[in-house]
Design a protein around this ligand. Structure first.
Ligand code: ADP
Ligand code: MG
Length: 313
């Protein structure tokens, strides 16, 4: 097996439209690898093509062209092994409301042909903190419990790869925390995790590596740290000794704002200026500097820059 848990090459998806009109080209030739053992984030605005990509891996959507290898198995030529090595939690929650969590897991195990004595339903219920709901109808579970049950369901056949499509969309803060904890535990046990999300802060915290797609094209694919460091705009907040007459504007500032009578926030390009130069320019306007703080750019800054560049290109 190669080092990559998932290998995607030149993946294209052209949806069919009614009649003869060409449908939406949701993936326009996407290539990237998901390295083994990591938590990998797939980010992109709504409609970028994230679910299309995941549904192709899940066998729910047929690709137009390109190749996908899961744990070394080509999804066309070795469909059975590809399916056996991946567990997918789709974006939409779908359950038969009249099954209990235990039955949901047992049915899924049956679908994978796992014999009774090799099933791990009880263990999985414990892992997702649903043991006390073992025999409740699925329809009586809260949204968060259903999400957790979906994760257990995706892990029934013990796949080395778990893929979660927007697991925390519309989920409250406490539950989100629980889900991330669960994802972290699975990853610590060696499971490679791929997740899509539009909560950038979480992707930044959880994922070691992030790929961004926009309009069906790969915009970037980098270690999270490196990606965050790509932010070229920096912000410095400066407190001065007297009330500001107005924002001191300089050609090298992207933006200067008076945030309270003695505090300024200046945005500058870190490629062309340094914080020291910014401070010197402010002093030239006749202010003495009393305090300085810088805000580190975050993933959100980079995301906006990259997706705007792609839109302009
Ligand atoms: P994301 O998950 O990133 O929000 P999707 O993969 O769901 O994006 O959608 C990508 C694009 O493909 C969107 O423009 C969407 O409208 C379109 N699309 C998704 N599913 C279908 C479908 N079944 N038929 C036609 N177009 C679709
Ligand atoms: Mg989606």
């Amino acid at each position: 097996m190669s080092e990559a848990a998932i290998e995607i090459r030149d993946l294209v998806k052209q949806y069919a439209a009614p009649g003869n009109a060409p449908g939406k080209r949701a993936l326009k030739g996407v290539s990237f690898d998901v390295p083994e053992g990591k938590i990998f984030g797939l980010l992109g605005p709504n409609g970028a093509g994230k679910s299309t990509l995941i549904n192709i891996m899940a066998g729910l959507v047929t690709k137009t062209s390109g190749t996908v290898r899961i744990w070394g198995h080509d999804i066309d030529r070795d469909h059975r092994n590809a399916k056996r090595t991946i567990g997918i939690v789709p974006q939409e929650i779908v359950f038969d409301p009249f099954f209990t969590p235990f039955e949901v897991l047992e049915n899924q195990a049956g679908m994978y042909g796992i014999t009774r004595h090799l099933r791990r339903s009880e263990e999985l219920l414990r892992a997702v903190h649903l043991t006390d709901k073992r025999d409740a109808y699925a329809r009586t579970l809260s949204g968060g419990m259903k999400r957790r049950l979906l994760i257990a369901k995706a892990m029934v056949h013990s796949p080395p790869i778990l893929v979660l499509d927007e697991p925390t969309a519309g989920v409250d803060v406490e539950l989100r925390r629980q889900l991330w904890e669960l994802v972290g535990e699975l990853n610590a046990e060696g499971v490679t995790v791929v997740l899509t999300t539009h909560y950038l802060e979480e992707a930044e915290q959880l994922c070691e590596r992030i790929a961004i797609i926009n309009h069906g094209e790969l915009v970037t694919n980098k270690p999270t740290r490196e990606l965050v460091n790509m932010a070229r705009e920096k912000i410095v907040r400066i407190t001065v000794d007297k009330d500001l007459a107005g924002p001191p504007m300089e050609a090298s500032f992207i933006k200067a704002e008076v945030v309270d009578p003695r505090t300024l926030e200046i945005t500058y390009h870190r490629d062309s200026s340094s914080a020291g130069q910014v401070l010197a320019l402010v002093q030239q306007h006749g202010y003495a500097i009393e305090d300085v703080t810088t805000r580190e750019p975050d993933l959100e800054d980079v995301f906006v820059q990259l997706t705007m560049q792609a839109a302009a290109a």
